[in-house]
Design a protein. Structure first.
Length: 472
C-alpha cells in the first residue's frame, strides 16, 4: 500500500514518499514495556548551542536526540521519529518509523522539465544477534524547480508501519543517495511498549491525519518527524492522538510543559466518537509553547497512564535554536535598536504577533516564502564563526567578525604580512567603498588576533548604524 505524494511544508511543492508494511511480529514478547508510549531513541544531554553560537549540524543532532528522536550524521543527515499505537493481536504493538530528509542532501538530475533524485531507506530490527525484521525501499523524488532541490527544511518524508511484539530491540536506520556515495546509518536501542486495552498511543506530530475506526486498520497520516514548528509563523502544532477500542476515554487532559517544567497550557479536550474510535487530531496553539523544546503531555482523567511527545519551537528553519531573548541578541547587527525594542519589550503572550510583524517589516523580498534577509544574515554569522574562530572569542563577536556580519565582505583587503611574513606587527586594511569606510585591523602579537583601535571601532559602529538606517 503506498500513499500519495503530499505537500508537507508551507507553500512549497514536494514529494513525500510513504509506505506501509504490516509484517511478522517477533515470536515471543520480552519482559518490560516502554515508558508511557514515548518514542524510542537515544537520549542524553543536548540542547541549543551556547549563546552567540548558531548550532552546527552536530549541535542540531544533539537537540533532536534530546527530544527522543534519531538524528543521522554523515553525508545524508536525517531525523527519524518512532511512535507506538495499539493493534491486533493483543500481544503486538504497531510501530511507525518516519524519516525526514532535506532536499539539499539528494543528488538531483534534470528529467525533462523537472528534477529527480532517488534515495533508499532501510530499517532493521534485531534481538540479540537475531534479525527480526528488515524493511528496505527505494524512492524517487521529483520537484518542478531547481530551487526546490536546495531546500533545508523537512521537505522529504518516508514512513513505515511495522507490527512488533513488545520488548527490547536494536534498531538500525539508514538512508543512501542512489545518485552518489553519500549515506548515513544510526543504530539505537529501542523498547517497544505493551499498550494496554483502552490505553492511548504515542501522541504523534503530523502534517495531516485521517483517524482509523478499528484496531485492525491503519490511520492515514503524514508524520512530522522533526516535531518542529516555527514561532510567529505556525499557528497550531497538530498532534494525532490514537484512541481506538471500547475502553478508550472520551476526553483527555492536555498539558504543555516548557523549559523548567513550566505549565504554559492546560486544557481538557473531548474526543469525538467515530465508529469504534475516539481518535482525533489535537490542535496545540503555538503561542502557548515556549521557544525551544516543549513537552506535550496527554492523560485520561481517572486513569494512571500518561503519554507524551516533544515539540521544538524555533524562530525559523535556518535560524539558531535559542530562547526568544537570545534571538533578539543575535539581531543586534541586523536591525536598529529602536526596531528591536518591540521584540525586547513584548510580553510572552504577544511575542508571536510581534515577531510576525518584525518579519514582515524586514523581509527584503515579500513575494517569496523565505526571508532572504535573515537567511543571509545568519549565513554570515556561521561563516564568521568559521573564519575567525582562532581569536579567543566566538568568530562573529571578534572585530573582523562584527564587520563581516554587519557589512558583508569588504571590497578590498590589504594584508601587510604578505609582504613581510616575519613582521611581528601586522595590519589588515578592509575597504568598503560605498560606505567610504577603511578599517585597519592590527595583530600586535603575530598570533592572528586582529583588533580595531577605539577610534576605528567607533567608525565601524557609525557605519553599521548608517547602513541599517538606509535599509529601513
Amino acid at each position: 500500500m503506498r500513499a500519495m505524494a503530499r505537500d508537507v511544508t508551507r507553500g512549497a511543492v514536494v514529494l513525500a514518499a510513504a509506505s506501509v508494511a504490516l509484517g511478522g511480529c517477533a515470536s515471543a514478547p520480552a519482559a518490560g514495556a516502554g515508558a508511557g508510549g514515548r518514542p524510542g531513541g537515544p537520549g542524553g544531554p543536548g540542547g541549543p548551542g551556547a549563546a552567540g553560537q548558531p548550532p552546527q549540524p552536530s549541535e542540531m543532532q544533539r537537540v533532536y536526540r534530546s527530544m527522543g528522536l534519531i538524528a543521522g550524521a554523515g553525508g545524508m543527515p536525517f531525523v527519524a521519529s518512532v511512535s507506538f499505537l495499539r493493534t491486533t493481536p493483543a500481544d503486538s504493538t504497531l510501530m511507525l518509523v518516519a524519516v525526514s530528509l532535506p532536499s539539499r542532501v539528494l543528488g538531483f538530475q534534470r528529467e525533462g522539465d523537472r528534477y529527480a533524485a532517488t534515495y533508499s531507506a532501510r530499517v532493521q530490527l534485531r534481538r540479540g544477534q537475531a534479525i527480526v525484521r528488515t524493511v528496505e525501499a527505494t524512492e524517487t523524488v521529483r520537484v518542478p524547480t531547481f530551487r526546490e532541490t536546495a531546500r533545508t527544511d523537512e521537505s522529504v518524508i518516508w514512513q513505515q508501519f511495522v507490527r512488533l511484539a513488545p520488548g527490547r530491540y536494536t534498531m538500525t536506520v539508514g538512508v543512501r543517495d542512489e545518485g552518489s556515495t553519500r549515506s548515513s546509518v544510526e543504530e539505537v536501542a529501542l523498547e517497544v511498549p505493551r499498550l494496554t486495552p483502552g490505553g492511548l498511543g504515542t501522541p504523534l506530530p503530523v502534517y495531516e491525519a485521517i483517524p482509523r475506526l478499528a484496531l485492525d486498520s491503519l490511520p492515514r497520516i503524514l508524520a512530522r518527524p522533526r516535531s518542529s514548528v516555527v514561532f510567529g509563523q505556525d499557528s497550531v502544532f497538530p498532534v494525532y492522538l490514537d484512541a481506538v477500542g471500547a475502553d478508550t476515554p472520551s476526553e483527555v487532559q492536555v498539558r504543555v510543559l516548557a523549559e523548567g517544567d513550566v505549565v504554559t497550557w492546560d486544557s481538557r479536550v473531548s474526543l469525538p466518537t467515530r465508529g469504534g474510535s475516539h481518535s482525533t487530531t489535537l490542535a496545540v496553539p503555538v503561542e502557548r509553547l515556549g521557544i525551544g523544546i516543549n513537552t506535550v503531555q496527554v492523560s485520561a482523567p481517572g486513569r494512571a497512564d500518561t503519554v507524551r511527545t516533544r515539540v521544538l519551537v524555533s524562530l525559523g528553519d535556518d535560524l539558531p535554536i535559542a530562547t526568544f531573548e537570545e534571538m533578539v541578541g543575535y539581531l543586534r547587527y541586523y536591525a536598529l535598536p529602536e526596531r528591536l525594542k518591540p521584540l525586547r519589550d513584548a510580553a510572552p503572550a504577544d511575542r508571536g504577533s510581534v515577531w510576525s510583524a518584525f518579519l514582515k517589516e524586514t523581509d527584503p523580498v515579500p513575494a517569496t516564502a523565505e526571508h532572504e534577509g535573515l537567511r543571509d544574515y545568519f549565513a554570515r554569522i556561521r561563516q564568521a564563526n568559521l573564519r575567525y574562530r582562532d581569536e579567543g572569542l566566538m568568530g562573529w563577536q571578534t572585530d573582523r567578525g562584527i564587520a563581516f556580519v554587519a557589512l558583508g565582505d569588504p571590497d578590498n583587503v590589504l594584508d601587510t604580512g604578505l609582504n613581510d611574513p616575519n613582521a611581528r606587527v601586522r595590519q589588515q586594511v578592509w575597504e568598503y567603498r560605498d560606505l567610504r569606510l577603511q578599517l585597519i585591523f592590527v595583530d600586535q602579537t603575530g598570533f592572528g588576533r586582529w583588533r580595531l583601535s577605539t577610534q576605528q571601532r567607533t567608525e565601524l559602529d557609525n557605519a553599521i548604524r548608517r547602513k541599517l538606517s538606509a535599509s529601513r
